[in-house]
Design a protein around this ligand. Structure first.
Ligand SMILES: CC(C)(COP(=O)(O)OP(=O)(O)OC[C@H]1O[C@@H](n2cnc3c(N)ncnc32)[C@H](O)[C@@H]1OP(=O)(O)O)[C@@H](O)C(=O)NCCC(=O)NCCS
Length: 182
């Protein structure tokens, strides 16, 4: 497990699937995600099975927040497209439990992923893609230290319009400088 103060990241369990099914069918949650169609429980089970087949480093992780003396699962996150030569990867995150939004949990989960990526996986660059109108996500990534690299113009069509996809990244040296300061 990857432990933070109020958040921890743990391996997926099959029992987590019903919660994911609920979240990926919530339009507010999927607003900024590459999900367009209603998802069935079978879709989610298949997604879980394929996720378990990925390399260990890129298997998604469940995000849990501290809830009194217990831990409660509120979402998932993980690495995608790991390139071991360039030592580069992308990350993705979904806090599906909307009650947990805007309290810093997403940012803490991203910070834990960065620490894990740089200090355990020995990555040099961690990047992500975010839709231009996903303001909460952009703000959260900025707080974690990501900087804007550029944008893919009108790269997605969602909610009746084309949207730019912003590319953001953080390099290991930048992350280290921030963490030495903190
Ligand atoms: C994006 C996500 C991971 C952020 O996690 P979170 O726990 O809600 O975010 P945090 O509380 O850590 O930070 C959110 C920040 O955005 C700010 N924010 C919220 N809504 C905003 C808006 N409309 N405009 C600008 N800033 C906004 C919050 O005030 C907070 O900043 P602050 O701490 O400076 O006040 C989470 O909301 C989520 O998973 N959403 C659904 C799926 C998704 O969009 N995933 C990302 C795909 S790229």
């Amino acid at each position: 497990m990857i432990h933070g103060e109020r958040v921890r990241l743990r391996a997926f369990e099959r029992d987590d699937v019903p919660k994911f099914y609920e979240w990926v069918n919530d339009p507010e949650v999927t607003f900024g995600l590459q999900l367009y169609l209603p998802m069935s429980t079978l879709d989610e089970e298949k997604w879980f099975e394929s996720a378990m087949q990925r390399s260990e480093e890129t298997r998604p992780l469940a995000v849990e927040m501290r809830d009194g003396k217990r831990w409660r699962m509120v979402g998932n996150c993980g690495f995608l497209d790991l390139d071991w030569v360039a030592r580069s990867a992308e990350i993705g995150i979904m806090i599906g439990d909307k009650v947990a939004w805007n309290q810093g949990f997403g940012t803490e989960a991203v910070r834990l992923l960065l620490r894990h990526g740089f200090l355990t996986l020995n990555l040099n660059r961690i990047a992500l893609r975010v839709y231009e109108d996903n303001k909460r996500a952009i703000r959260s990534y900025e707080k974690a230290g990501f900087v804007l690299e550029g944008s893919l113009r009108q790269a997605v069509y969602k909610h009746g319009k084309y949207k730019d996809v912003l590319l953001m990244s953080i390099l290991r040296d930048e992350w280290r400088a921030r963490n030495e300061e903190e």
